[in-house]
Design a protein around this ligand. Structure first.
Ligand SMILES: Cc1cc2nc3c(=O)[nH]c(=O)nc-3n(C[C@H](O)[C@H](O)[C@H](O)COP(=O)(O)OP(=O)(O)OC[C@H]3O[C@@H](n4cnc5c(N)ncnc54)[C@H](O)[C@@H]3O)c2cc1C
Length: 494
């Protein structure tokens, strides 16, 4: 690249700072000038406190160790998510979606085969919690990092304070040479071909660049408002469009998992940080008003009236294209599925990383725009399908919300429909994912955990503890001895 390329990132939420850091780190050797513009009048969304294991790769990429960022962001480790009360089937009232460990490969084929066999025989199949190390770690509040003498790797995610993480990332980005400007953009100037040239404030201050990254949150200031890229709504399949949040105090022990509890019109998250729990109720405003949702969450958390709640609106769906002309959308501006599997930052990370590769391969032109759009759209649609599967397979009948979700089974995508058919016929979901080339979005074990965890068997029996299962249990219990108490690992005194 001969001339110095100038890139403007619009928005200083987690998406903006992560994107700026990924670009600045990846293109250190090139003459790229990265400026981030954030408004002091429009606040960041201020939620988003759980991650997938991908976030670990982000910190590795920007060369920041856990010992530096975790204490600054009140961060904890995450082994996976417990889903409570999503199913009413006896024996399946809750299940755990684990992050995988190398040890899991020992029993995963057995687990898959047991699922296939029980479906074909119309008997009750296994509960997923028995087969994965992470569920044992989470059940005992253990951190997912093994002692030195135990040579099996576990993947894990994190919980963190969103506000503190934003501040931490900003500091790091500025150190890497990203220029930060405080301004509120009111107007966008384009050339005759419709390419963005300049961002202008109310006072006429203007900022020009060769390429723009829209990280302006749900406002989607550049992609949707200025370039007119269409937003495709997922609201017919994903009914939740609102959230109410509270912080609550921390107990003595620090769990190493997120809790997702189904309530009457949505679900509530509980996320452990080092100093508090973050809680929120994601619900459908067509089924509950804000006041009733707030009251239901208060009762669920057993908190009094004096504590103030925060209410939020969410827009579920994605843009038709993520890269249009000389602009890219990353973060809430590109779309949002819903926070059930805490995947939003994974999409941010993948979007920025794949853009870096393709923009560089195209010699800093838009040559690979179509390939990019296809990849990112597939990623977001794949996540959407996995999340939709939670709703359409629920067995609750206690509110119109859960019944309406259940009715959506006939409206799912062809891709999800084929996966569910595979499960019902007791054939390999792994083969189906490979056929559809989507095994890297949610791998087979995640689908088996979800469907078996919801009790999707043709039998009302409760799973029994066979000798084989008791042995697996004993094996994982003894493996767990190689892991430390979560609070101790985090260096937080009891
Ligand atoms: C209820 C809920 C729960 C969530 N939970 C999770 C979770 O557990 N895990 C997860 O990964 N994600 C979660 N998310 C998503 C996560 O919060 C976001 O993906 C993440 O915070 C990134 O947001 P953002 O940076 O795109 O947008 P924002 O945080 O909204 O930032 C937008 C930025 O753009 C700036 N801006 C906007 N307009 C202008 C303008 N005109 N001029 C200048 N600047 C402007 C603002 O000042 C701000 O800096 C959740 C979201 C919701 C709604």
């Amino acid at each position: 690249m001969k001339k110095k390329n100038k890139i403007i990132v619009l928005g200083g939420g987690t998406a903006g700072w992560m994107t700026a850091l990924i670009l600045a780190t990846s293109w250190k050797k090139y003459a790229v000038d990265i400026t981030l513009i954030e408004s002091d009048k429009i606040s960041t969304i201020g939620v988003g406190e759980g991650s997938t294991p991908a976030l670990r790769r982000f910190f590795e990429h920007i060369n920041v160790p856990e010992s530096e960022w975790m204490p600054e962001c009140n961060a904890t480790y995450k082994c996976g998510i417990t889903f409570n009360n999503w199913s009413r089937k006896p024996g399946f009232e809750n299940y755990f979606h684990p992050f995988p460990s190398e040890l899991d490969s020992r029993y995963t084929p057995y687990f898959f085969n047991m699922c296939h066999k029980s479906i074909k025989d119309k008997t009750v199949g296994p509960h997923p919690n028995q087969f994965f190390l992470a569920s044992y770690l989470a059940a005992n509040d253990l951190a997912p990092l093994a002692n030195e003498n135990f040579p099996f790797l576990s993947t894990y995610g994190y919980h963190f304070d969103a506000g503190l993480l934003g501040r931490f990332l900003k500091k790091k980005a500025q150190k890497l040479g990203v220029t930060c400007i405080t301004a509120t953009i009111e107007h966008v100037e384009k050339n005759t071909d419709g390419y963005i040239e300049t961002l202008v404030t109310k006072d006429g201050e203007s900022f020009s660049a060769d390429f723009f990254i829209d990280c302006s949150g749900f406002a989607s200031v550049l992609m949707e408002k200025s370039l007119g890229v269409k937003h495709i709504s997922y609201s017919k399949l994903l009914l939740n469009d609102s959230a109410v949040t509270f912080a609550t105090s921390m107990n003595n022990r620090i769990p190493s998992q997120t809790y997702s509890s189904a309530l009457s019109c949505g679900w509530a998250w509980k996320i452990p940080l080092t100093n508090r729990f973050g809680n929120g109720y994601v619900y459908s405003s067509a089924h509950s008003d804000a006041k009733a949702a707030e009251q239901e969450l208060r009762e669920h958390l057993q908190i009094g009236k004096d504590q103030e709640a925060r209410h939020l609106k969410m827009r579920v769906g994605r843009l038709e294209k993520m890269w249009e002309k000389n602009c890219l959308a990353i973060g809430l501006s590109q779309g949002f599925v819903e926070p059930l599997e805490a995947t939003a930052l994974l999409v941010v990370q993948q979007s920025a990383a794949i853009f870096c590769q393709l923009f560089e391969r195209g010699r800093f032109t838009s040559a690979y725009k179509d390939e990019y759009n296809l990849k990112i759209n597939q990623l977001i649609d794949g996540i959407k399908d996995y999340i939709v599967a939670h709703y359409v397979t629920n067995t609750r009948k206690d509110s119109s919300y859960w019944l309406d979700n259940n009715c959506n089974i006939s409206n799912v995508s062809d891709s999800l429909g084929s996966i569910l058919e595979c499960w019902k016929s007791g054939s390999s979901i792994q083969d189906e994912l490979m056929k559809q080339k989507i095994e890297n979005i949610y791998p087979a074990f995640s689908w088996y955990c979800l469907l078996s965890g919801m009790g999707q068997y043709n039998s009302e029996d409760i799973p029994t503890a066979s000798t084989a299962i008791s042995n697996i249990n004993k094996f994982y219990q003894s493996c767990s001895l190689n892991y430390q108490d979560h609070r101790v690992k985090l260096n937080i005194p009891y």
